[in-house]
Design a protein. Structure first.
Length: 193
């Protein structure tokens, strides 16, 4: 069976990213393992292929379709979804999807291999009170009592905050749930667990 037929069968003859049935063709995923099989290709429409190959042509609203396709059981689709969400994360909503996205470890490594490396000058690095780098999904513990602005709540020292998310405009802020309430925390008052 041909590669194209394998992809048509797997996709149900629709774009594996946005579901379009127009102008479908094979898209080879860059930075893939060397095998040329359906495992390293996806079936994509012309609109998706053009935007994947030309970052200047990307229309962020077109990629809201990734909200559904990122849950595909096909690793190749997950890789493309991860890379596009990573590229669009400055829009805000893609970062939320990235924080929710689940992939097997080898699939995540493959996806990260194709993500353009940010220059250190432009990248925000969130660090805890000890200088340890924080990433989305990490767990931290409060190192002092913190009064929560806008409420009478006090977040007590020693409280664990699981699955934090990062502020993408300020490296001093993270978010997490304390006592069921989503709050913003200053990184100077937390320690990574």
């Amino acid at each position: 069976m041909s590669l194209e037929q394998d992809l048509r069968d797997r996709s149900g003859n629709v774009c594996e990213l946005c579901g379009s049935t127009e102008d479908l063709d094979i898209y080879a995923i860059p930075e893939s393992p060397s095998t040329t099989t359906a495992d390293t290709h996806i079936f994509a429409c012309g609109t998706c292929r053009i935007q994947l190959e030309n970052p200047e042509a990307v229309e962020p609203n077109h990629w809201r379709c990734l909200n559904d396709s990122m849950w595909s059981p096909v690793p190749a689709v997950q890789v493309v979804a991860f890379r596009m969400l990573h590229q669009l994360r400055a829009e805000g909503w893609p970062q939320d999807l990235l924080d929710m996205m689940y992939m097997e470890e080898d699939t995540r490594e493959w996806a990260k291999a194709g993500v353009a490396q940010e220059t250190s000058a432009n990248a925000l690095v969130h660090r805890d009170s000890n200088g340890v780098i924080l990433e989305a999904g990490d767990s931290v513990v409060l190192i002092k009592d913190l009064k929560v602005k806008g409420s009478s709540m006090v977040a007590k020292q020693g409280t664990a905050v699981r699955r934090i998310s990062l502020d993408h405009e300020n490296e001093k802020y993270i978010e997490g749930k304390v006592d069921g309430q989503q709050i913003v925390l200053v990184t100077d008052y937390v320690k990574k667990i």
